[in-house]
Ligand binder design. Structure first.
Ligand SMILES: *[C@@H]1O[C@H](CO)[C@@H](O)[C@H](O)[C@H]1NC(C)=O
Length: 129
């Protein structure tokens, strides 16, 4: 029974790792985003909408099946790395943009809930295989 619990915990941990969103900075943004499909949240730690989005974003990044098809999730703090935000069509916070192989594709304008974001991310990742 205990072994079973350990295995389950391990699996959940593995899933959470796969779904994890990564912190991007001005130093590693380009290199990371250069390959694969990325959903990136550009935010300020201070804005109200960003604070409201934070738990939703975390839930989204933990949705299962997101690691398939070279799909990645990242976030970048525009108060620290503003130049990256300026270069990537970020006009307000939070902005969620879709990238594929380093190219800006579009802004996510769908519903602000984890499930809608996951559907969007998966269907786009599939489109760009
Ligand atoms: C980018 O750099 C930051 C700061 O060094 C680090 O915390 C983060 O994990 C890096 N992201 C990736 C995807 O390597």
């Amino acid at each position: 029974m205990q072994l079973f619990a350990i295995i389950v915990a391990g699996l959940l941990y593995a899933i959470s790792i796969f779904g994890e969103d990564v912190t991007l900075t001005d130093e590693n943004f380009s290199a990371q985003v250069a390959s694969g499909t990325w959903m990136i949240k550009f935010f300020s730690p201070y804005c109200g909408y960003c604070k409201r989005l934070a738990p939703i974003w975390e839930q989204f990044s933990n949705e299962q099946g997101l690691s398939a098809n070279n799909l990645h999730i990242g976030e970048l703090d525009c108060t620290q790395y503003g130049s990256i935000c300026d270069q990537n069509k970020v006009n307000g916070y939070p902005t969620i943009n879709l990238f594929h192989n380093g190219q800006y594709i579009e802004e996510y304008t769908g519903e602000q809930n984890a499930q809608a974001m996951a559907e969007y991310a998966k269907s786009n990742a599939q489109k760009y295989i």
